[in-house]
Design a protein around this ligand. Structure first.
Ligand SMILES: [Zn+2]
Length: 350
């Protein structure tokens, strides 16, 4: 019998099937530590404390985070496709619009990539759950940082650009880091005891940040309302993004529809997966929105500096990494406490 890399040829189909099989042996919520459990999601959890290859393979199995992972894998690919499309129209080396688009797209790319990684691997252990979701918060705030670059250097109102631009990059770095820090602290304090309070802190910090970076765009609405002949419909491409972001925030926080029928939406259709899918749509709309504004001349007054934008990214990412390093003892203590608690309460095999 022919042998390929140690496996008999006849075994190859079954080996492929074992990787692509639609159902992994998932477990109920009571079989995983409390920190992994999501409200109203009763089944479909992956095992914890398995080798890394187990979590790689779960990419091709159905579990209660499949949609969370794949939606952001697709979003990451979609962003790369948009960047390639931008590169066909704008010069990323010489063109100021190309620089703004790099600044905007980089945040979107890092945000979706870190989210996909966190959801794919966090079940490894309680410690990895904390570390990876804190990296996910880093991704969320990098995405918001990139959106802020788009708001200021592509979609801003002219007067507000003149007023805010000199301080915008430091301000954007500070609010991004601050939001990241609040999310990490809230995760450490409330992750396994009070999810609602955690969401209140996270959404309040993100809302404040979103309001700050939206000021240059809000000014376009007030300008349009006071300018004869200007129709608010001309801002529909931006209004649609704001509406989608608001719906994203609601889906993120309200655990619907699963709260109405616990256990019914475990694999498909629970609130967090809908939130992820809507993020994909929102990012796509944002990508189209910035193109519309550039082509309509709305960014003609801006003067971005690619070096400054990339330096701001470097400072922000360094600050996030340093924050994680400073939180390492708190993360380790929390993970140890929850692991010991789980050893006490977990169902004992007979
Ligand atoms: Zn998520």
């Amino acid at each position: 019998m022919m042998i390929i890399s140690g496996a008999r040829l006849s075994e190859v189909p079954s080996r492929i099937l074992s990787i692509l099989q639609p159902h992994l042996s998932t477990v109920a919520a009571r079989n995983v530590a409390p920190v992994f459990r999501e409200p109203f999601i009763l089944t479909g959890y992956r095992l914890q404390d398995q080798p890394w290859c187990y979590y790689w393979k779960t990419l091709f199995h159905v579990h209660n985070e499949s949609v969370n992972v794949w939606s952001h894998v697709l979003a990451t690919l979609l962003i790369l496709r948009h960047v390639w499309s931008f590169s066909q129209t704008f010069d990323f080396i010489e063109d100021k619009y190309g620089w703004s688009l790099i600044g905007f797209s980089l945040g979107c790319f890092l945000g979706t990539l870190l989210s996909a990684i966190a959801h794919q691997f966090h079940s490894k252990s309680v410690w990895w759950h904390y570390v990876l979701f804190m990296m996910d918060y880093g991704g969320v705030t990098l995405y918001t940082f990139g959106t802020g670059i788009g708001c200021m250097y592509i979609c801003s109102q002219r007067y507000m650009y003149v007023v805010m631009e000199p301080v915008f990059l430091p301000l954007n770095v500070f609010f991004s880091w601050f939001t990241f820090y609040v999310c990490c602290r809230a995760k450490l304090k409330f992750a396994s005891t009070n999810n609602s309070t955690r969401y209140v802190f996270m959404i309040a910090a993100l809302l404040l940040y979103a309001l700050v970076i939206s000021i240059p765009i809000f000014a376009r609405y007030t300008e349009c309302m006071t300018t004869p002949g200007c129709s608010l419909a001309s801002l529909n491409h931006l209004t649609m993004c704001f509406l989608l972001l608001a719906i994203c925030a609601i889906l993120f926080s309200c655990h619907a529809p699963e709260r109405l029928a616990p256990g019914r939406f475990d694999l498909l259709g629970h609130g967090h997966s809908l939130f992820h899918l809507l993020c994909l749509v929102t990012i796509s709309m944002q990508m189209k929105g910035v193109r519309v504004d550039i082509q309509a001349g709305a960014a003609a007054h801006t003067n971005p500096n690619l070096g400054n934008i990339l330096a701001a990214y470097a400072v922000l990412i360094s600050a996030q990494v340093l924050t994680l390093v400073t939180l390492r003892r708190d993360i380790a203590a929390r993970a140890k406490m929850e692991t010991l608690h789980w050893i006490d309460i977990r169902p004992k095999s007979k």
